[in-house]
Design a protein around this ligand. Structure first.
Ligand SMILES: *Cc1c(COP(=O)(O)O)cnc(C)c1O
Ligand SMILES: [Zn+2]
Length: 420
């Protein structure tokens, strides 16, 4: 890893060699998140947009020289990354916009954005020869780690709140993880997992604790810019729970600016549920996120329900340093966004994914984006992850199936009643 200069503590700025610490700055405990600092001159000699144009590896590993792994590190076989980015002209027109894309990370192997980070976790754990990997999760990070571990037969222990949606728990069990359903919130599961990792010496994938998760998540920014022909968008909308995704997007964009592959920094707009809006509150009030206490989180969008966003320093910087914003949306707005996004693009999102689109609609109302802006909305999770919420969303939209007897006469009766 000669292209990694060092790891730098976000609090004290102290530098550590990559092999000196595994996770956090020892001087700052669990808050001492570190950032991976690269030698861009060296990277510049190993990868370029024109080389990428010839590269047939349609996964995150096409960016390996920009990632914190050895050039010859074995990677899991599941195809993570290079998810489609769809132009959405109809939705754009409805909102009075001109350039809108939806990038669909519901298309990842385990159906959420989290595969990007978990793929890197598996590579790093295997580099260490770890016997067991662990994580706490609201569900998707767990499913991602579980699937990626299954692909290389890596034992793992997962901590999720017992309230996690059935589909996500099913994924964990199907992939063969050891599953701990924690009688408590995600925040409780996180604390227990940190303790367990210490107690048993497991490799720790936890968001905002393991510095390499940001590096996996940043690949979405690299893809967005490459897919748009290295013409960076003006604005990116993403939903925010722990803040690792928005921090990762920011990191990828900073890499690209440092390499000179894009000429300006897009604005990052973080979308939170009103019932889980720690970051939005801190951003509005200017509160210090190191001293702001946890809030009680409660939202239908389970993947962004986080009382104490673990990656809050990076999440705040992502918005502050890009002239972005935090906005909040209600659970009703999130649920309404599921069919709206699906009917406008064919992309079926889970609540946390649809929240980003709900945020765009709100940002248009608030004048936060301009008509000509080139805008990307990131769908972070597949709608099949949470069918109960999807059913609720269509009920609210007034869409119902028709009950019909298996004969043509009855069908004719129903057809006559259909709205024209
Ligand atoms: C994890 C997740 C998010 C939020 O990511 P953070 O890094 O926690 O901010 C958003 N949407 C989905 C579907 C997720 O799984
Ligand atoms: Zn420190």
């Amino acid at each position: 890893m000669d292209h990694v200069l060092h790891l730098s503590c976000l609090i004290c700025g102290r530098h550590y060699a990559a092999d000196e610490i595994d996770y956090i700055c020892p001087d700052h405990g669990d808050d001492g998140i570190v950032d991976v600092v690269y030698d861009y001159d060296l990277i510049q000699r190993r990868i370029s947009p024109s080389q990428l144009a010839e590269n047939k590896d349609w996964t995150i590993w096409r960016y390996k020289p920009l990632m914190p792994v050895e050039a010859d590190a074995p990677v899991p076989p599941l195809a993570v990354g290079w998810t489609p980015i769809y132009p959405a002209p109809r939705l754009a027109a409805e909102l009075g916009l001109t350039h809108l894309w939806v990038k669909d990370d519901g298309r990842q192997p385990t159906a959420s954005f989290k595969d990007r980070a978990s793929a890197v976790a598996v590579v790093k754990a295997q580099e260490k020869g770890a016997a067991v990997i662990t994580t706490a999760s609201t569900g998707n990070a767990a499913a991602a780690l579980s699937g990626l571990c299954a692909s290389v037969k890596q034992p793992n222990v997962i901590f999720v709140p017992e309230s996690a949606p059935q589909a996500k728990i099913a994924q964990l069990l199907v992939f063969g993880s050891t599953v701990m359903l924690v009688k408590g919130t995600y925040d409780d599961a996180f604390e227990l997992c940190l303790k367990a990792a210490n107690e048993y010496g497991w490799y720790n994938r936890n968001t905002a604790y393991n510095p390499y998760m940001t590096e996996g998540k940043k690949t979405a920014s690299l893809e967005i810019c490459e897919q748009l022909g290295w013409q960076a968008p003006d604005v990116i909308f993403v939903s925010v729970g722990d803040g690792c995704i928005i921090g990762g997007l920011h990191k990828g964009l900073k890499d690209l600016v440092a390499l000179g592959w894009i000429d300006r920094m897009p604005r990052l707009i973080g979308v939170q549920a009103e019932g889980s809006s720690y970051m939005a509150q801190a951003w509005r009030s200017g509160e210090d996120v190191l001293s702001k206490p946890a809030i009680v989180a409660n939202t239908v969008a389970d993947s962004i329900s986080a009382g104490l966003p673990r990656d809050r320093m990076k999440a705040l910087a992502a918005v502050m340093e890009t002239d972005g914003a935090y906005i909040t949306v209600t659970d009703d707005e999130i649920l309404a966004a599921i069919p709206a996004l699906a009917r406008g693009t064919g992309v079926f999102a889970e609540p946390a994914g649809a929240a980003a689109f709900a945020g765009l609609a709100k940002a248009v109302d608030q004048g936060l984006v301009a008509k000509q802006d080139r805008i990307v909305v990131l769908n972070t999770g597949n709608g099949l992850k949470d069918v109960a919420s999807a059913m609720k969303s269509v009920e609210m939209a007034g869409t119902q199936p028709y009950r019909v007897a298996p004969d043509l006469d009855d069908l004719r009766r129903v057809m006559r009643q259909l709205p024209k």
